[in-house]
Design a binder for this molecule. Structure first.
Ligand SMILES: Nc1ncnc2c1ncn2[C@@H]1O[C@H](COP(=O)(O)OP(=O)(O)OP(=O)(O)O)[C@@H](O)[C@H]1O
Ligand SMILES: [Mg+2]
Length: 395
């Protein structure tokens, strides 16, 4: 059995098995017959996804952006589920299966949905993904690699909970951060389309303070894109703005344009909106212990948003990619409920024996800290996790 975390966001699809992580833009397009392929660089796997699923061929992610004539990108939840989830999830899942050796090895997947769309849609992932699938990866050297995928189980979580589970559990899915588990935590997950607000009080999900808003980064990108169109008459699609927005510059028709000032203004405004939402949504929840900012958008907005939030905000780290926080938490949760997957012996023989558990800190350094291994507390927390976190389809 294999366990994967898969997060299909409006901006990026993320997937991990704990050892390897994939991230690519959530876009796909027609696979035109490339007449000629030349590549002098080191081609990243995610730059060259050309797949066939159910008899249809697609370019996915960067390759679609570069080469497809008709490109599919969406900011609509219904469309994301009905048209994108299968293609993006299978493309990602197949990569984690080794050729031939792992035909139809059962895969259990943990994935998520924005809070506001959770109840109505979580069962659909099961319908779309559970069962047997075949995907062909077309490599540019002409080789076709066929992967037979058997998705055995799907568990769904409200998206921002992935980030909390990531902080709560270690790589084996064991709850280690008991301190956090006892707190009242507010999570703000800023993605490309959505910002999800969520409260967990001692791991109990608080519906009142949990909501999905449309204040993701794409809101800022559309304003920037409009300004660019006014200035240059060029319509820049939102999914082409990531690098430009980070740099604050873009080259169009040979001219470099600096839009740092507009970007900063727009980000500042967006951060203001999010801070207002926090004040409004969490007005009654003034007893929140810690606020966690997560999602890729939190990296862009942290410097504007942090000063506007009254409370104990956990600083956004520059050295980790916050786009991956949810998917890493999904995987840990998968290990928590299904146990560790089999060691990936055939792939990397040197890691065939599972890694030993991390050494505990020396006693002297532990003395002042609340003991981590309080069995009763852990048991209680495990029950709460079980009760509150997941939704599995009941047949
Ligand atoms: N290296 C990077 N490349 C692209 N975007 C980045 C990068 N680092 C941070 N970002 C930010 O991450 C954002 C996307 O975040 P994330 O992947 O969490 O969104 P998503 O999950 O796809 O969207 P949603 O949650 O709305 O479905 C981008 O809008 C961008 O601002
Ligand atoms: Mg997201």
């Amino acid at each position: 059995m294999k366990i994967l975390g898969v997060d299909i966001g409006f901006g990026f699809t993320k997937a991990t098995n704990g050892m390897d992580t994939l991230i690519f833009k959530s876009i796909f397009g027609d696979a035109s017959d490339l007449q000629f392929w030349i590549d002098f660089g080191d081609q990243a796997l995610t730059d060259s996804f050309n797949v066939t699923i159910d008899g249809k061929s697609y370019f996915i992610g960067n390759l679609a952006e570069q080469q497809s004539n008709v490109l599919n990108f969406t900011l609509d939840q219904e469309k994301l589920i009905s048209e994108f989830v299968k293609i993006l999830a299978l493309t990602a899942a197949g990569v984690f299966l080794k050729k031939d050796a792992e035909i139809n090895v059962p895969i259990n997947i943990v994935s998520g949905l924005p809070i506001g769309h959770f109840k109505n849609n979580f069962e659909r992932f099961d319908e779309i993904l559970t069962g047997h699938h075949k995907i062909t990866y077309h490599q540019f050297d002409g080789i076709r690699v066929v992967k037979e995928i058997y998705i055995n189980k799907i568990r769904m979580l409200p998206q921002p909970l992935g980030s909390i589970l990531n902080l709560l559990m270690d790589d084996h899915g064991k709850i280690v951060n008991v301190d956090l588990a006892r707190q009242k935590i507010g999570v703000v997950d800023i993605g490309f389309r959505t910002t999800d607000f969520s409260i967990l009080d001692k791991l109990r999900y608080i519906d009142r303070g949990s909501r999905t808003m449309d204040t993701g980064i794409s809101k800022a990108f559309s304003i920037i894109s409009n300004k660019l169109r006014e200035k240059c008459g060029v319509n820049v699609q939102l999914y082409r703005l990531y690098k430009a927005a980070e740099a604050g510059t873009i080259k169009m028709k040979g001219h470099g344009l600096n839009f740092v000032k507009i970007r900063d203004q727009v980000y500042n405004q967006l951060a203001g909106n999010i801070a207002n939402d926090i004040d409004r949504l969490w007005a009654e929840d003034w007893d929140i212990d810690t606020i966690i900012l997560t999602g890729g958008g939190s990296m862009e907005l942290a410097k504007y948003l942090q000063p506007l939030i009254a409370g104990n905000v956990r600083p956004v780290m520059n050295n980790i990619d916050a786009r991956l926080n949810n998917v890493q938490g999904y995987l840990k949760y998968g290990k928590h409920i299904w146990g560790e997957a089999e060691p990936e012996a055939e792939i990397e023989p040197e890691t065939s024996s599972p890694a030993p558990p991390p050494e505990l800190e020396p006693i002297e350094e532990m003395e002042e800290v609340t003991p981590l291994m309080d069995d009763d507390a852990l048991e209680e927390i495990e029950e709460l996790v079980e009760e509150n976190f997941s939704a599995e389809r009941k047949n």
